[in-house]
Write a protein that binds this ligand. Structure first.
Ligand code: 0WD
Ligand code: CA
Length: 378
């Protein structure tokens, strides 16, 4: 159901005199000192329940329960009869995060009594920043990021590319089932309370989520972003959030040197970027065979991943990821100058290309207009 286009799209890469209309993603341009990245701080959190309703609390936070030495996890179990899947056709854009901001304005607003401005330069999802971090090494999937400047802050929200939509709508049965495996693994590892046990007989409902809201700074950019967190360390002596959070992953078991090399080069890059951003220190991975049986469980410490990849030639570098992201945000700030919720600067990138942009006024891409009223109460 495509909406009618009522925009006056510029539709081309605008040529602006003061700065180039594109941004290069070539790795060697970003090989310099690691930029400043402040220790991420959790400023809040929220939950989405089984019906995807927002709650300004941690009711969906789960607890990490360390598995047995020889776990017996069957990730295919329950796929047919105990699986409720989130509707991927519903595009939530930044909505839940904006809702959190409205409910917690005092935590992020500039302290001047009259100021309507947030004390941040960029508001987005963690997942969008992960895509930026991995861009210099991505060879398959491009992205579209919609950027709007509102009261001085840049809001960044992803737009599904046509290629993404096509692959989403034409997934094989096998792929569709394998998407479930990651959530099933979470169910085997997580409990509702630190003293409780996981319940592998229960229903997997992917509407449910617990999200942390993180504040930090990358080079000159004050960031506010939110990311979904799988569980926390149940030990009451664990560090405060995000230091107590644990990211869960599944991956195919590694049998050959080639598979090991690919794991380091591609998968660990994504895992590192996703957990480094919010300061999540531990990643617990279940390695599974082709029948969805977990054959081993391993812990990766986010801060040690860059050591693990050092032996691999021509591998990815954290500094390239972070410098590129900082550079993109600077680029976005110089491009997105008009402060107007109806204006979207659409940044577009495809592998082996530069980042380019187009400008859209009151178009299908507009995503902030329903949120513009600061006195809105909910
Ligand atoms: O509108 C959009 N394009 C997106 C919305 C893209 C990504 C996320 N979201 C929203 C949803 O409200 C979701 O609750 O953000 C939340 C998760 O955000 P995130 O942490 O920034 O996303 P990301 O780091 O990409 O993914 C974290 C987890 C995934 O776990 P794995 O281990 O596979 O990385 O969030 C889940 C998934 O379990 N997830 C999503 N959940 C809802 N909608 C989505 C999505 N589009 N993508 C991943
Ligand atoms: Ca996960």
């Amino acid at each position: 159901h495509k909406r009618l286009r009522r925009d006056q799209d510029v539709g081309v890469t605008a040529a602006v005199s003061e700065h180039p209309p594109f941004l290069s993603t070539r790795r060697h341009l970003y090989e310099r000192d690691f930029p400043l990245y402040k220790q991420p701080v959790e400023v809040g959190h929220f939950s989405l329940d089984a019906k995807r309703r927002f709650f300004n609390d941690d009711r969906q936070l789960r607890y990490y329960i360390h598995p047995d030495r020889h776990p017996n996890f069957h990730l295919r179990d329950g796929y047919r009869d105990r699986y409720i899947k989130r509707d991927e056709g519903v595009k939530e854009k930044l909505d839940h995060l904006l809702r959190w901001i409205l409910a917690n304005k005092s935590k992020v607003q500039i302290q001047a009594a009259s100021s309507q401005e947030l004390n941040v330069d960029v508001v987005t999802w963690r997942g969008h920043l992960t895509k930026l971090l991995t861009t210099p090494y991505e060879t398959r999937e491009g992205w579209l990021l919609a950027v709007t400047r509102f009261r001085g802050t840049l809001y960044i929200s992803e737009v599904e590319t046509e290629a993404d939509q096509r692959s989403r709508e034409s997934r094989t049965q096998r792929l569709e089932e394998m998407m479930y495996w990651g959530y099933k693994f979470e169910q085997y590892i997580c409990a509702d309370g630190a003293q409780n046990r996981p319940d592998p007989g229960g229903v997997v409902n992917t509407n449910e989520a617990f999200c942390t809201v993180i504040q930090t700074r990358l080079a000159g950019h004050k960031l506010l972003f939110s990311g979904e967190v799988d569980c926390r360390d149940g030990d009451p002596r664990a560090p405060v959030a995000p230091g107590c959070y644990v990211e869960l992953k599944t991956s195919a078991e590694i049998c050959t040197p080639k598979q090991h090399s690919n794991f380091l080069r591609y998968k660990l890059l994504k895992w590192w970027a996703q957990s480094f951003l919010p300061g999540v220190p531990r990643i617990v991975a279940g390695f599974r065979d082709n029948d969805g049986i977990v054959v081993s469980v391993d812990t990766f410490h986010t801060s040690k991943i860059s050591q693990l990849i050092k032996s691999e030639e021509n591998c990815w570098k954290p500094t390239v990821c972070m410098n590129f992201c900082a550079e993109f945000l600077s680029f976005a700030k110089t491009v997105a100058t008009e402060d107007d919720p109806e204006v979207v600067y659409l940044f577009s990138w495809d592998p082996n290309r530069d980042v380019t942009y187009s400008i859209h006024r009151n178009s299908q891409y507009t995503f902030l207009t329903d949120w513009g009223d600061p006195n809105r109460s909910d």
